[in-house]
Design a protein around this ligand. Sequence first.
Ligand SMILES: [Zn+2]
Length: 362
Amino acid sequence: VKARAKKSTVRLAGYSRSKRRFRIGYIFAALLFLAIILWNVATPNPRWIEENYSRGFYQTITSILVPITNSVPFSISAILVILIPVLCFIWTVISFRRHHFLRWLWRTILLAGSLYAVFTFNWGVNYQRESIETQLDLPTDTFAETELQTLVTTLSEIIQNNVDAERDVARAQTSLRTSLIETVETITGVTPTLPTWVKVLPPGTLIRAGNASGMISPFTLEPHIDGALSEVYSLPVGTHELAHIAGYAREADTDFVAALAGLNTNDTYARYATALKLWNDAVAQLPALERAEAVAALPQRARDDLAATYEPFLRYQLPAWIQNVQSSLYNRYLTSQGVEAGIQDYSRTTTLLLAAQRNGLF
Ligand SMILES: [Zn+2]
């Protein structure tokens, strides 16, 4: 009797251990999907997200993750982008053989759900924070064409005054980063944890991948730029990517925060590079004749710098139909994150600058 009792205890222990593992898996899955559904059904209001996530929890994440991913000179996310599909393929082949189809499907859904949850809570929630107009109490009405002309003139003056500045790229990067930290501090009262600067990917990588100049990884919080960018253009793009890491997700808001940082830096080369990029965005909104006049009035060296900005995009551009697929996918992504304007959100930067000009922010 004694021996038989012992045997059944052992069997029971083994049975309950596998049952416990089984239960933990289901509890994890239930909590994960509950969190995702709850988040999408009852997204908190922007004010709540601003105070508790963007200025709170997200800052804690960056203070831990950024020093780690910034400590290596290469891109961890680039390695993961190559490695993960390979591992997923191997895992699919192995688990598909070993398990029933339904269990394999279930685990795949679980993996995709986990990735989505990490993306959202590690960075993506920032899409739902307060708009920069609300944060800075900027006017949202329409602007007169004279205001646009004033903006173009102001930017032209910065370009003319600084086009022959000494071009020390390392000093410009440091000053842009410092100015960005100060800008975010002024707006939010929070000191962001930023990487030293961006990581540079092989020339053409991002341009070919989606006609992009820079990109951050929401998982590792690493900012990247394409290695083909001209030195002058790499400065405002680098600042833009750093602003994403500071917790700005929407393109116009990010671009605007980076612009304020660049216009308020005391490094002349950084100011020049920022003004040239913003000037180029702003003149696109002018009527054709005035645009031509503005271009003609630009110093020759600035016109050369603009040509150098476009050159890599021409060199690495993909056939038009691929670019169309890419931009429609990206547009769908932006719309899914609540950015109603999609890619159009980029041209909002000039409107935001007009508002900032009226409020004397630079
Ligand atoms: Zn961006």
